[in-house]
Design a protein around this ligand. Structure first.
Ligand code: PRP
Ligand code: URA
Length: 208
C-alpha cells in the first residue's frame, strides 16, 4: 500500500487550527477546504497525461493534457462532503458519486445506507474522500463498494488517520493508495482518534 502524508508548513498550521476545540464551524469549514486543496494536489499526482500540441503566441509546442476519462470523486457521507469543493476546484469536470455510511456507536461497525456511482468506474481514477480514518471499518467498506462497482485505480484521501485504520487497510486493500494530512497516535476506547479533532461531521455541519 502506498501512503503519502502531507509535510508542509501550511498543512501543519492549518491542521493545528482545525484540531483546536475553539475553532468555530465557519473556520472549520474553510480550513477543511484549504487542507482539501493541498490533499487534492498530492492525490492527483497519479493522473495520466498525454501529449497535446498547442500554439503559444510565439510558436508550437507539445503541452500535456489529462487523458479523456474524467476522474470520479466518491465522498463518504457525511464528513466526506467537506472535501468535495476542493477536489472540484482542481478537477472541475470530475464525476461525483456518493456512499452513505455511518459508524454504529456501540459496535463501531459501518452501517451503509446509500450508494450512487458514475458509470465506467473501471476506467477512472477514483478518489474516495473521508476526513477521518479511525478503525478503518468505514473506509474499508467504502473501498470494497467502489471495487465491487469496477474501480481499479483507487486513492483514499483523509485529513487524519489513526495507525489502527492504516493497518486495517493494509490488510484489507494492499493495492490502495492513501493520501493523508497527518497520522495521529491512537484510538480511544470509543474509537475516536487521539489527539484528533473530534467528530469531523459534527464540526463541519455544526451538529454538535
Ligand atoms: C466518521 C468519519 C468516517 C468514520 C471513521 O463518520 O467521517 O466515515 O467515522 O471511523 P472508522 O474508521 O472507525 O470507520 P461517522 O460515522 O461519524 O458519520 P458522519 O460522517 O455522518 O458524521
Ligand atoms: N470519526 C470522527 O469524526 N472522528 C474520530 O476521531 C473518529 C471517527
Amino acid at each position: 500500500m502506498q501512503i503519502i502524508v502531507l509535510d508542509h508548513p501550511l498543512a501543519h498550521h492549518k491542521l493545528a487550527l482545525l484540531r483546536d476545540r475553539r475553532t468555530p464551524v465557519i473556520l472549520f469549514r474553510s480550513l477543511t477546504i484549504e487542507l482539501g486543496l493541498m490533499l487534492a494536489v498530492e492525490a492527483t499526482r497519479n493522473l495520466a497525461t498525454e501529449a497535446w500540441e498547442i500554439e503559444t503566441p510565439l510558436e508550437k509546442m507539445d503541452g500535456q493534457a489529462l487523458t479523456k476519462m474524467d476522474p470520479a470523486l466518491v465522498p463518504v457521507l457525511r464528513a466526506g462532503l467537506g472535501l468535495v469543493p476542493s477536489f472540484l476546484k482542481l478537477l472541475p469536470t470530475a464525476k461525483v458519486g456518493h456512499i452513505g455510511m455511518y459508524r454504529d456507536h456501540a459496535s463501531l461497525k459501518p452501517v451503509p445506507y446509500y450508494r450512487n456511482f458514475p458509470p465506467m468506474l473501471d476506467a477512472r481514477a477514483v478518489y474516495v474522500l473521508d476526513p477521518m480514518l479511525a478503525t478503518g471499518g468505514s473506509a474499508s467498506e467504502a473501498i470494497q463498494e467502489v471495487k465491487d462497482a469496477g474501480a481499479k485505480d483507487i486513492t483514499l484521501v483523509s485529513v487524519i488517520a489513526a495507525p489502527e485504520g492504516i493497518a486495517r487497510l493494509e490488510k484489507d486493500h494492499p493495492d490502495l493508495r492513501i493520501v493523508l494530512g497527518a497520522v495521529d497516535r491512537e484510538l480511544n476506547k470509543n474509537g475516536y482518534i487521539l489527539p484528533g479533532l473530534g467528530d469531523a461531521g459534527d464540526r463541519i455541519f455544526g451538529t454538535i
